[in-house]
Design a protein around this ligand. Structure first.
Ligand code: XMP
Length: 511
């Protein structure tokens, strides 16, 4: 089945991914492409959205693609820079604005009877973020809306399904932004809302069957959401030809290796658990630098994975849980040919001699869509709602050098913290949580005895993507009980502190 799809041309705005998110929330499939790389099959797109940009149409580096094959032929919505682009190159006028036009504004005028504004009333809040302003509409431009400071806040082109807005409908602060996108995409451009988790699963499984045939595929499971959902999709398509490998690096949470393995087996996956703890812990001996730890863990992982993959006779493919934000090719701020592609390898890059072809069934999905797809396949909430956990595991939460005893202590501390979060119903309110073992001994008194033992820091953050984060205001009673329990239960710890730093300037992990 061929989906209705929408093309988003990226002019480098920080909000371009948000446009895609909002469109997907309407159950409409969309793709982001750089403004200077319009896909050759642009005919197959039902509508086009032009993004904003940090550039100016009046500047030296004007981003000026030839849209003559699209404009007037496909429904088009131009946002911010897109709107200025339409005005500037089609007989209108764009100039520097006299007043700052950032942040909240309200629509003070809306042209009556326009489908574009169905369900949106005068006074609706919109989000502005621009330093140029449209002084004069382009040829055949019809004014649709204004704010107090911006007269030409929205316009259309007569006899075309071309619409332009100066504000950002994709930002949550634009209260009716989603309604406006729906008005344009569903009612004006008549794009069908046919992109749902169920349809994604159905089509992806069919496509994987064709792509993989009878080939064998190997996949490294991490216990996290992405690799688990990728595994279940592949399992639906090729069954026992999917070989999953779950490596215990000795740096997982307490009991995690056994419980995750059991969970996977319960889902019918062909999964092999490999307990390589000793190999990892031996390789880490004497290393205290965080980057060196990461390198050592990455190297041993590849060796272990390679050994195991070699055991699978005639394996042809390596499956990865790569998701859309990792593969979007976004234009640089200057929009020049220096466009960068972020690449991401869940297994840290395998040696070339393995010559495996790569299959990435989730590469069109955002993180929340991965969860929705998992849920539509009936996957357990304990997997889909699991907090992110770093690949190097507890190694980067034990500051400085690492010993088996330190891993044991931290596993115990972490287990008390996480179990308490669950029993207090706080686990799902927190994006990520864990404990850090500090390279600090402090004096304490237990019974009548002086102690000189370790200090641990607890960290719980809220975030949407890990790029920025804030500490969670956990109840004092919770912290009190958890601290008592840790100090009473975990031998070797006599002090607990709670980390109240945001990211930036701190990071989530301490190493
Ligand atoms: P930071 O500490 O950079 O962490 O604020 C952001 C997110 O990334 C995770 N993280 C890692 N994940 N390998 C991983 O797979 C790593 O080396 C690594 N370092 C940090 C961290 O847990 C958080 O979710």
């Amino acid at each position: 089945m061929q989906h209705n799809k929408v093309l988003i041309l990226d002019f480098g705005s920080q909000y371009t991914q948000l446009i895609a998110r909002r469109v997907r929330e309407l159950n409409i499939y969309c793709e982001i492409h750089p403004f200077n790389k319009i896909p050759s099959d642009s005919d197959s797109f039902k509508a086009v959205i032009l993004s904003g940009s940090p550039n100016s149409v009046r500047g030296e580096e004007v981003l000026h693609p030839d849209l003559s094959n699209i404009r007037g032929k496909k429904p088009m919505l131009a946002v911010c820079y897109g709107a200025q682009y339409l005005a500037h190159f089609s007989g209108g006028k764009v100039a520097e604005s006299n007043t700052r036009e950032y942040g909240r504004a309200n629509l003070s005028f809306i042209k009556a009877g326009e489908d574009f504004f169905t369900g949106i009333s005068k006074g609706s809040q919109v989000w502005m973020s621009h330093s140029d302003t449209i002084k004069q509409l382009p040829t055949n431009g019809v004014l649709l809306a204004s704010t107090h400071d911006v007269e030409n806040a929205a316009f259309k082109i007569e006899n075309e399904t071309t619409y332009a807005i100066q504000f950002h409908p994709e930002v949550y602060h634009s209260t009716d932004g989603k309604q406006l996108l729906e008005n344009f995409l569903v009612h004006i451009a008549q794009v069908e809302q046919d992109w749902t988790p169920d349809s994604f699963v159905e089509e992806t499984v069919e496509a994987l069957k064709v792509q993989l045939g009878n080939d064998k595929v190997v996949l490294g499971l991490s216990g996290g959401v992405d690799s688990s959902v990728a595994a279940i999709l592949l399992h639906k398509a090729i069954g026992k030809n999917l070989y999953c490998i779950f490596v215990n690096n000795g740096l997982l949470r307490k009991n995690e290796y056994v419980s995750v393995l059991e969970q996977y087996e319960g889902m019918g996956l062909n999964v092999k658990g490999v307990d390589a703890s000793a190999r990892f812990l031996d390789a880490l001996e004497g290393i205290s630098d965080p980057e060196q730890k990461r390198k050592a863990i990455g190297r041993v992982f590849i060796e272990v994975f390679d050994d195991e993959a070699n055991e699978i006779e005639d394996v042809k493919w390596l499956a990865q849980g790569t998701i859309y934000p990792d593969v979007i090719e976004s234009v640089s701020a200057t929009g020049g040919p220096s466009a960068t592609i972020k690449s991401h390898h869940n297994v840290g890059g395998l040696p070339d001699y393995m010559k495996l072809k790569i299959v990435e069934p989730l590469k069109a999905l955002f993180k929340d869509e991965v969860r929705r797809v998992g849920a539509s396949m009936g996957m357990d909430k304990t997997i889909l709602g699991r907090h992110p956990f770093p690949g190097p595991g507890l190694a980067i939460r034990i500051l400085g050098d690492l010993t088996r005893e330190k891993v044991r202590i931290l596993q115990e501390v972490d287990a008390v913290f996480i179990d308490n979060l669950k029993s207090w119903n706080l686990y799902d309110k927190v994006w990520q949580a864990g404990a850090m073992l500090l390279p600090v001994n402090s004096v304490g008194v237990m019974g009548d005895e002086r102690t000189y033992e370790k200090c641990v820091a607890l960290r719980a953050v809220e975030s949407t993507d890990g790029m920025t984060a804030d500490w969670v205001n956990l109840p004092y009673e919770f912290l009190q009980k958890t601290s008592n329990e840790i100090i009473n239960k975990v031998k070797g710890v006599n002090r607990v502190v709670y980390d109240i730093s945001s990211k930036p300037p701190a990071t989530i992990e301490w190493e």
